[in-house]
Design a protein around this ligand. Structure first.
Ligand code: FMN
Length: 359
């Protein structure tokens, strides 16, 4: 079943394997994608769909060292290397738009940019910088309603540039405690204006971004990733999680987005997302559903066969195996990921994982 084709709106995916978005911090010059990154994605283009690493739609969203951006023509030219390399091998590719918001340090930002968030409260955690190592996260500037509108427009502009760069679509990073989830989560978002204080108000920013990007490039080309129950970047549990995310999934469904991509990081120590809750979100969204987090071949095959997911995203196994889909199909053992090189610059631990066969 996993190796059968799948129709994702206008895209015919060659199989149901998805490479999960993974930040790899190799955009060493001006947050611009390069030939090394193109080679990394090219190697992994035997899956049906690649979702790129988190990529900022704004100078303000480049809160980590060496992450790529997608807000100027230089970025477009860099990403074109990647999309061409992936398409030449018959895979599809969406770029994940990740605005780091308050999960950021000002030293990582280009000149003139600033750390922003729903409120002016620093995240209780550290951020790595190339200049001074680990640093406490910077205190964000609380976005005004006018600035929120400008931020939404940055996402829409970035979506347009994604099309120009040859991407098949974009994935909005609404998970893992970045800007969109900072608005969703009441432990972070304590605003009392139109963007905070109730379920609908907390969902508003996510929905505005979804509508604006769908208007820019078509809803068929916009997916979204969500992580209810996630704890990453100091978000944490809250009472209304169920009604809030059901309402959100329902509204995203009416927009007819390409897919809903759900994160369950219980395999990485996060709280489990209850199975019944996942099923309720899937029903509320009523479109293509991607499951992710801790899957191996057997579990992925089972969830697709039993109809509980349409596609399955793999993170660390795809990171460590340039010929990931081919290995799964042929039952070839997988390389183990090396976490020491997840976020370091250069090709080591990036493009030098050995292939089982010439890829
Ligand atoms: C090195 C690394 C970087 C990651 N970066 C991102 C990211 O940029 N965006 C995102 O949504 N998830 C990110 N994740 C989470 C993965 O997409 C995935 O959900 C997680 O690894 C669990 O899946 P797995 O058990 O198949 O690895 C990252 C994970 C790893 C290991």
């Amino acid at each position: 079943m996993l190796f059968k084709q799948f129709t994702l709106k206008t895209h015919q995916l060659r199989n149901r394997l998805v490479m999960a978005p993974m930040t790899r911090n190799r955009a060493t010059e001006d947050n611009t994608p390069n030939a090394l990154m193109a080679e990394y994605y090219r190697q992994r283009a035997d899956v049906g769909l690649i979702i790129t690493e988190g990529t900022s739609p704004s100078p303000n969203g480049l809160g980590y060292a060496r992450i790529p951006g997608l807000f100027n023509e230089q970025h477009v030219a860099g990403w074109r290397l990647v999309t061409d390399a992936v398409h030449a091998r018959g895979a599809h590719i969406f770029v994940q738009l990740m605005h780091t918001g308050r999960a950021s340090h000002v030293d990582n930002l280009p000149e003139g940019a600033r750390v922003v968030g729903p409120v002016a409260e620093a995240m209780n955690g550290g951020i790595y910088t190339d200049t001074a190592g680990m640093q406490p996260a910077s205190t964000p500037h609380a976005l005004s309603e006018e600035e929120i509108a400008a931020t939404v427009a940055e996402y829409a502009h970035s979506a347009t540039l994604a099309s120009e760069a040859g991407f098949d679509g974009i994935e909005l990073h609404g998970a893992n405690g970045y800007l969109i989830e900072q608005f969703l989560n009441p432990n972070v978002n304590t605003r009392t204006d139109a963007y905070g204080g109730s379920i609908d108000r907390r969902n508003r920013f996510a929905l505005e971004v979804a509508r604006a990007t769908a208007a820019a490039i078509g809803a068929d080309r916009v997916g979204i990733r969500l992580s209810p129950y996630g704890a990453f970047n100091h978000t944490g549990a809250f009472d209304d999680v169920k009604p809030q995310y059901e309402a959100l999934a329902g509204e995203l469904g009416t927009l007819r987005l390409a897919y809903l991509h759900l994160v369950d990081h219980s395999s990485m120590g996060a709280p489990t997302v209850p199975a019944r809750f996942k099923a309720a979100l899937r029903t509320a969204f009523a479109g293509t559903y991607i499951a992710s987090g801790g899957f191996d071949l057997g579990a992925a095959d089972k969830i697709v066969r039993e109809g509980e997911a349409d596609l399955v995203a793999f993170g660390r196994p795809a990171l460590a195996n340039p010929d990931f889909a081919t290995r799964l199909k042929k039952g070839i053992p997988l390389n183990a990921p090396d976490s020491d090189t997840f976020y370091t610059a250069g090709e080591h631990g990036y493009t030098d994982y050995p292939p089982a066969m010439a890829s």
